[in-house]
Design a protein around this ligand. Sequence first.
Ligand SMILES: *Cc1c(COP(=O)(O)O)cnc(C)c1O
Length: 368
Amino acid sequence: MKIETIAIQAGRNQDPATGAVMPPIHLSSTFIRGNDGDYVYSRIDNPTRHALEVTLAQLEGGAGAITFGSGMAAVAGVFQALSAGDHVILADDTYFGVRELVTKQLSRWGLEYTMVDMTDLPAVKAAIRPTTRLLWAETPSNPMLKITDIAAIADIAHESGARLGVDGTWATPLLQPALEYGADVVVHSTTKYLGGHSDLTGGVIVTNEQDSFFEEMRFNQGIGGGVPSGFDCWLLLRGIRTLPYRMRGHCANGMKLAQFLEDHPAIHTVHYPGLESHPGHDVAKKQMKDFGGMLSVQVNGGGEAADKVAGRTKIFARATSLGGVESLIEHRAPVEGDTTQTPIDLLRVSVGLEHIDDLIEDFAQALA
Ligand SMILES: *Cc1c(COP(=O)(O)O)cnc(C)c1O
């Protein structure tokens, strides 16, 4: 089946009792024992969550999916499947929350790490140790939109007996089937495009095999307990049904806004992988079906100028997060605090589904 069909058909035949065409929300925390033992307790499993996990696994073309109450909980679910003394290689521009998780918490528990530029393949190879268990790539990266060659990094990981995990949040399963290119584990913050309406937080791990590593992560879900509520699972399922059509709009608007901004005299750099000027354009063309709805721009005049632009937009709401139907803009570096590596003049833009003419006009007046 094609992905538009999967997005709508997957995980839906869940309620033989009522004949409901759409799966109901199961909010019960507990279930009668002896009912074939299907469900016991909602931290361990829940029918609405199950329908969501079936859907996400099919959407990603994976063997299984494990959902969490946020993208960060999903990332933690992967890293906590490793042990003290294991070594991981992270992109040097990994999402700052993941960097904080590894450097401030998991390093205290004995996890060893190296940060490298994942677009520099010899540097990735050189960072491999005998204890390397996981390479962690994020593509496109947040907020610099660096593009990592998933197939090439997968080869390096597998040659050394390590796994490759990919944070594909900015691409979605629709634009970038990372498991097909050799990733072993894919993570998404479902708070973003998969939910698509900025009304839930969630995360998911999808794997290409239900092996012992999968079982470790499944254990982390139930024991860590960072699980999504039945209501959030239902909202997320509702969002997923329209993902393919929403992504077409995000990509079309993203490209047009990027082209407009690239020619604007108040902006010195546009980071959007759909532009030929982007250093990752060729790799993006190879592994992405389209280029997404996220872009970052660096404005002339430094941090103050950037802050002013974010304060002047009327349609683009000044807020963090991304991937919803509504357009957002954020002056990123101050949000990330002291340890940020993000340029001070950078604005991160989540291009929504409003009409592109209105979005361009709004940016034009904010930059004027
Ligand atoms: C937002 C985001 C996360 C974290 O997800 P939450 O749902 O906010 O916990 C992780 N990775 C990327 C690339 C993100 O954009």
